[in-house]
Design a protein around this ligand. Sequence first.
Ligand SMILES: NC(=O)c1ccc[n+]([C@@H]2O[C@H](COP(=O)([O-])OP(=O)(O)OC[C@H]3O[C@@H](n4cnc5c(N)ncnc54)[C@H](OP(=O)(O)O)[C@@H]3O)[C@@H](O)[C@H]2O)c1
Length: 375
Amino acid sequence: MLFKIILWRIFPLLFLAIAILIGWFASHELPLGVFFATFVPLTKGMLPPTIVGHGKMKGTPPVPDDMMPQARPANEQFLELPGGYQMPQSGLGMCCRPSAYDDGLVYRSVLWYLLLGGRHIDGAHLYLNHEAIGRGIAEAIRRGIKREDIFVTTKIFPTHFGYESALKNGKEYLKELGLDYIDLVLLHFPSNFPMMSSPCKKEGKDATQCRRETWTALSELREAGLIRNVGVSNFALKHLKDLEGLGAPIANNQIQFTPFEPEHVMEAVQYCFDNNITMTAYSPLGGMMDQDKAMADKVLNEIAAKYGKRVSHIMLRWLTQRGFATIPGTGNPDHMKDNLFAILDFELKDEDMNTINELKHSAKGFMHLDVRQSE
Ligand SMILES: NC(=O)c1ccc[n+]([C@@H]2O[C@H](COP(=O)([O-])OP(=O)(O)OC[C@H]3O[C@@H](n4cnc5c(N)ncnc54)[C@H](OP(=O)(O)O)[C@@H]3O)[C@@H](O)[C@H]2O)c1
C-alpha cells in the first residue's frame, strides 16, 4: 500500500515539482544566479527574495540616518594595479550569504561598510545585486565619501561571453551600478558550465576563443575609460596563458584561497606573482561549505590564542602577508569592522606563517573547486 502511494502519488508530484523548478530557473537570464539567490537563504531557513520579494529578510540592521563616514584603517594596505591604480587589500564580498540577496540588506551592507571605513566592494553580475550595491554607493557618496576612493569590482559570467555580448553587458553593468566607470571587471570563470550556453558558444566558438573575444571587448571598454582594469577569476595556468599578449594586461586573478587549498593551486598563484598579476582570495574564511571546519582547526586556534586574536583574524592576516587581497563576505557591521581593523594591528611571525602554509598538507574534507578541469 505504502509502496503504491509512493509510486503513484509522491513520485509524480516530486517529478512535477522538480520540472517546474528547473523551468522556473531556466526562464531567467541567469539561471545559476537565481538558483544561488534562492538556495542560499533556504539553507539558513529563510524565505528567499526570489520567491517572497525583496525587503522582507532580517539581518543587517538599518544604518542610522545621521551616521557619517568614519576614519579609514590607519595602516590600510593597497595592491598596485596597471595604470597606476590601487586596490585596497581588504574588501567586502557580496555573495553567498542570505544578506547578499535581499536588496534592502545589500543596500545597508554596502552603506555600513563604506561608512565604517571600507572602500573595496566585490560584486558580480551573477549575484543579481548590482542595483542595490549602486544605491549603497550613491548614498555613501551623498554622505561625503569620494567616488575615486571606492574600488568596485564586478564579474562577467561565461553565459555572457562573446565580443558583442561583453561590450553590451559591460555598459549594462555601469547603468545597473549607477557608475561612470568600474574599477575592475573580471571574467568570472574560464568557461561555461555544462549545458549552459553563451552568445559566443552559439556561434560555434570554443572556450579559448570565447575568453579571448570577451577579453578583447573588455580591453576596448578599458580604452574608452568605462573600465579601469580587467582581470580574471578561477583561472588556472592554462587559461591565464591563453590571454598572454592580448589587449589589456591582466590586473587580477580572484581565486578560492585559504590555508587548506591543495598544492597544485600554487602553479597559477606563482605565475600571477611572477607576472605582476595581483591575487584576490575569495571565500577567505572558508565560505559556506568550510567555514566551520576552518574555525575549528586546532593549529589555527593555537596560533590565534598566542596572538590574542580569533581564527578569522589569523586567516585574513595570513592572506594579507602572503600578498593577497581578501574579500570576506558579511552583512554584519561588527564583522565588517573586525575584518577591516583587527587584522592590521599585529603581524604573524615567519614561524607561524610557515606553520599555516603547511596546513594544506593535512587538510581533509575541505571542498576545492579544481578549475584546471574547466575547458
Ligand atoms: N569569484 C568567485 O567565483 C567567487 C566565489 C565565491 C565567492 N566569491 C566572493 O568572495 C566573497 C567571500 O566569500 P564567501 O562569502 O563565500 O565566504 P567567506 O568570506 O569565507 O565567509 C563568509 C561567511 O563568514 C562570516 N563572517 C564574515 N566575517 C566574519 C567575522 N569577522 N567573524 C565571523 N564570521 C564572519 C559571514 O557571516 P556574517 O554575515 O554573519 O558575518 C559569512 O557567513 C563573496 O562574497 C564573493 O564576493 C567569489
